[in-house]
Ligand binder design. Structure first.
Ligand code: F0G
Length: 474
């Protein structure tokens, strides 16, 4: 398919709306014109400029081209002309107050818009997302072994995960490109987020999920928000290759994190986290790593902040993988050896990924930031989740991997007890009620429920209540 065109719609299945077919055969130049207008009106006067640039060979493409990879196969970055940007800490501080009727004015993504995507305001599809809390818990810090430990809760985004930050940008750009249908492969959160944002934008959403391996809350969201939900008989990696082929052949816009515009939105987790800390960067940022979109985004965010002089030094990144889904860890342990895909299995279904798409970008991020990769067992993940939950904060299993990883790195002496550490909690507790309830009931296979809080069934009498209280004290 030539870049910048929607392919023939001949293979489009009947179940996709006729509108998509109409779109794929409509004149190409009108779409380019729209993108050009959306973009150029921002560049005028502001001097903003951005291109798509291949991270492997440096080839450049215009932002309005519909392409996810370079001709050489390399992954693409949205490369901003940092020298021409007029941004400052003060500008972002001013915008934090977020006044005005449009949702994007209250968005923790679009506050940093010059560093995200130069696009006309009226095109922005925003919930609004971001502005997530940074929690501190003395009990949690003690358990991890640190004096200064906080968690940035991305599970408190509109659809309950960090994906909303990339999706507001991805859907906004899909609209600007004139797409009528968007698709993604997903372990659940991307699907939920894309389904919601697509519904708000009036786009058809198609999600490819691994059959039987998506947490209940996420599948419920995809269905409820009206996405065509395809349960692929295979794992996430199979769904991922199928969605890429489908988008190529059927003229659907791909919204996985291979899409560089998604990465631009996810960078704002780091921008906002550092703003939360008064622009005094922490020593470490610790986070779970699956398809490696966040690993890619966080490194790019830090590199740009430093280039712009907005931070004096870069924090180190610590990417945490589940031991049963650890291709990045394996590569890291062998001095960043080439990726060898694995067959993934973990209780943390969000990161049950064996062949991560953003691997080269992730390695770049880790090199830029003197980053490390650590693996944690399912037992360590569920222990950490129980502690995060019992602190009143709560998160889904994959997010708890970040806390388990921080604890492990402290115990290994990689993170010093005196260092300032922020862990990113990527998803909400309510995403995976099955994992939580099974854990507390002692029914999670292979996991010892060390911090179980079992429900107690009682007779409807005061004596039974008193007895249960007495038992609880023991
Ligand atoms: N945490 C949660 C809760 C996730 O949903 C994901 C990824 C990750 C961590 C890993 O982030 O892929 O950027 O390394 N979920 C994707 C999805 C794969 O389809 O929802 P990553």
């Amino acid at each position: 398919m030539p870049a910048g065109t929607w392919p023939e719609a001949r293979k489009l299945p009947m179940l996709l709306s006729a509108a998509i077919a109409a779109e794929t055969t409509s004149p190409l130049h009108s779409r380019h014109l729209l993108v050009k207008c959306a973009y150029i009106s921002q560049t005028r006067g502001g001097g903003m400029a951005a291109v798509l640039r291949c991270m492997e060979c440096g080839a450049e493409y215009s932002l309005g081209e519909i392409r996810y990879r370079c001709r050489c196969g390399g992954l693409l970055d949205v490369a901003h002309d940092l020298g021409s940007l007029r941004v400052s800490r003060e500008l972002f501080e001013e915008r934090e107050a977020g006044q005005g009727p449009e949702p994007w004015r209250r968005s923790g993504v679009w506050r940093f818009r010059e560093l995200v995507l130069p696009v006309e305001s009226q095109l922005i599809v925003s919930r609004p997302e971001g502005n997530t809390p940074l929690y501190r818990s003395a009990a949690l810090a003690r358990w991890v072994g640190l004096e200064d430990f906080s968690v940035k809760h991305e599970g408190e985004n509109p659809t309950g995960s960090f994906k909303d930050r990339g999706m507001t940008v991805g859907i906004t750009w899909a609209k600007a490109l004139g797409a009528k249908a968007v698709a993604c492969a997903s372990t659940g959160n991307t699907a939920a987020s894309m389904a919601a944002y697509a519904a708000m934008a009036g786009l058809k959403a198609i999600v490819f999920v691994p059959q039987g391996k998506v947490a209940l809350g996420k599948i419920a969201q995809a269905l409820a928000y009206g996405a065509l939900t395809l349960e692929v008989e295979g794992d996430f990696d199979a769904a991922m290759s199928l969605v890429q082929e489908s988008c190529r052949e059927l003229g659907i816009y791909l919204l996985n994190s291979v899409n560089p515009f998604r990465i631009e939105g996810q960078k704002t987790i780091v921008f906002e986290l550092i703003q939360d800390l008064g622009w005094d960067p922490p020593d470490w940022i610790v986070f779970p790593a699956g398809n490696l979109g966040n690993t890619a985004a966080f490194g790019k965010a830090l590199w740009e902040l430093r280039e712009l002089g907005l931070i004096p030094r870069m924090p180190r990144l610590a990417a945490v993988q589940a031991a049963g889904a650890n291709p990045l860890y394996r590569s890291y342990a062998r001095g960043f050896a080439p990726l060898e895909p694995v067959r993934a299995e973990t209780v943390a279904t969000a990161i049950r990924i064996g062949n991560p798409v953003s691997f080269p970008r992730a390695v770049r991020s880790l090199r830029w930031t003197e980053g490390v990769v650590v693996e944690v067992t399912d037992q360590e993940i569920m222990d950490a989740k129980a502690v995060v939950d019992a602190a009143g904060i709560g998160c889904e299993p994959a997010s708890a991997a970040a806390v388990a990883g921080a604890r492990k790195l402290v115990s290994q002496g990689v993170i010093k007890r005196s260092e300032r550490v922020v862990a990113v909690l990527t998803g909400n507790l309510l995403k995976d009620p099955e994992a939580t309830v099974s854990y507390h009931a002692g029914k999670l296979q292979g996991i010892e429920p060390r911090f179980a809080n079992r429900p107690r069934r009682i007779a409807p009498s005061l004596e039974a209540v008193a007895e249960a209280l007495e038992e609880g004290r023991r």
